[in-house]
Design a protein around this ligand. Structure first.
Ligand code: RTP
Ligand code: MG
Length: 191
């Protein structure tokens, strides 16, 4: 049996508007009705990168599907080969460590996907979904535990704190590049 969304959900068209720094956003539907979030958004954001090994191994859909299935909301996404300058900004905290040169070579070696995911405890939840840094030690059921065997080539990056997330989002995305919008399934997911 085919079950469709109620018509008003099915016909709703979302357009993303400049969200400002942290969730000040507008969504416009077909009738031109405009809704604007008031004040600061308290839902947490995190920065996620699908690394060159995962893109090269055709795991992009599998990885994105895991964050989606958990109930997080995709707020922004782009694809690029990261320059060494950008990689150095991103991983500045690791400069000088023995694994830093190898990390720079790896992360700039091929196309990557940058994303912003949003939801309650998004930082912690993404880190759990990603698994431990060393894929051999990562729990089965996590992305790294299910698909990797290596420490450097560990498929995904996730911010380690909400503050780091905001810093990393600002490295890869302009203030107008994150979308704020409602999801039809929000009623089932809110705590
Ligand atoms: P990420 O920042 O990428 O999400 O990873 P993480 O927090 O789990 O690990 P972190 O300590 O921040 O390390 C950053 C990335 O550097 C590579 N790495 N290689 N011993 C090694 O060879 C080594 N250690 C770290 C990994 O790609 C790691 O994700
Ligand atoms: Mg890290």
């Amino acid at each position: 049996m085919l079950v469709a969304f109620p018509l008003r959900e099915r016909e709703r068209v979302w357009e993303c508007a400049a969200p400002g720094r942290y969730g000040l956003a507008a969504a416009t539907n077909r009738e031109g009705r405009r809704r604007r979030a008031s004040g600061k958004c308290h839902v947490e954001r995190t920065f996620v990168m699908i690394k060159p090994d995962a893109v090269g191994r055709r795991l992009v859909g599998e990885i994105i599907g895991r964050y989606e299935a958990k109930g997080l909301r995709l707020a922004a996404m782009k694809m690029q080969v990261v320059s060494r300058d950008l990689a150095a900004k991103h991983y500045a905290e690791h400069e000088g460590k023995p694994f830093y040169p190898g990390l720079m070579d790896f992360i700039t070696a091929g196309p990557t996907i940058q994303m912003v995911w949003q939801g309650p405890k998004a930082v912690e939840i993404v880190r759990k979904i990603n698994g431990a840094t060393n894929c051999q030690a990562a729990d089965i059921g996590t992305i790294r535990g299910d698909f990797g065997l290596n420490t450097r080539n560990n498929l995904v990056h996730g911010s380690d704190s909400p503050e780091t997330a905001e810093r990393e989002i600002a490295i890869y995305f302009g203030p107008d590049e994150c979308c704020e919008y409602d999801m039809p399934d929000a009623q089932w997911l809110q705590a």
